[in-house]
Write a protein that binds this ligand. Sequence first.
Ligand code: HPA
Length: 301
Amino acid sequence: SLYVYLFELNLRNLLYVIYFSKQFSLSHLTIREAKHMRKIAIIGGTGIDNPDTLKGFEKKIIETPFGKALCNIGTMSGNQVVFVSRHGVDHSVPPHKVNYRANIWAMKSLGTEEIFATTAVGSLNPEMKAGHFVVCDNVLDFTKSRINTFYDSPERGVAHCDFTYPYCPTLREKVIKCLEKTDITFHKHGVYVCTEGPRFESAAEIKMFAMLGGDLVGMTNMPESILAREAEMCYTNCSIVTNMAAGISPTPLSHKEVCDAMALSIKNMEKLILSFIAYEEPTEAKYNCHHAMQEFGGFKL
Ligand code: HPA
């Protein structure tokens, strides 16, 4: 009868263990549902190289198979934030030499789920004027010399990634909602033409891009956006118009003009970045960026 007693005791203990572990996992779930820690990366383009708001962030060099990437890592509004300056802290890396693969790989290895990128752009669209913000929704890729995929080695094999909508529709909506709360003049749509640079365009090229449906011209969103999609992260862009494009502008273009115009918009962009990081309202997932490579077994670091 002692054996029977011990057996019952153990059975009761076992039931207790099951009961409490269920309670524990339930309360654990409730806590997670209350606040999901977003893992965000910000790519700062021209003029957004070193925002004041990053004070207290830890500078870390991340080693990747493609070289090193300098990341600033911190926490804001309870979310993990990684800041990467696309052209280096002193704007020393030209657009065609940016190590896009190292930057995107580093963000992925830090657990990033959402990337918000800023870019300076020229405008081909008379409605989009200097100082306006544009949440682009599509791309025309005119780059020439850049490695535009992670899938170029025998180990990774051949993969063709969907790119119908290059910018994550869910993240675009978040950015638009944030912009709606400000007095910044912005546009919800825009086709971004990515040129190779580092030169500005000819007047004839701009005329052609306009005929093809382009609204804005810049030098950096490709291959950044496709690499982010291949690495199964959400990516969106907010462009700041700094000048009218070549042949539309009455004067020759200059880098100084771009930087001077950006300087006027930096405060607005910092405000937008902060509000994007703090964004808490639920958004409907419209495209499953985090499984973009499912057909090819998923993206692996
Ligand atoms: N062309 C290309 N890139 C740019 C421009 C432009 O006019 N302005 C800012 N970045």
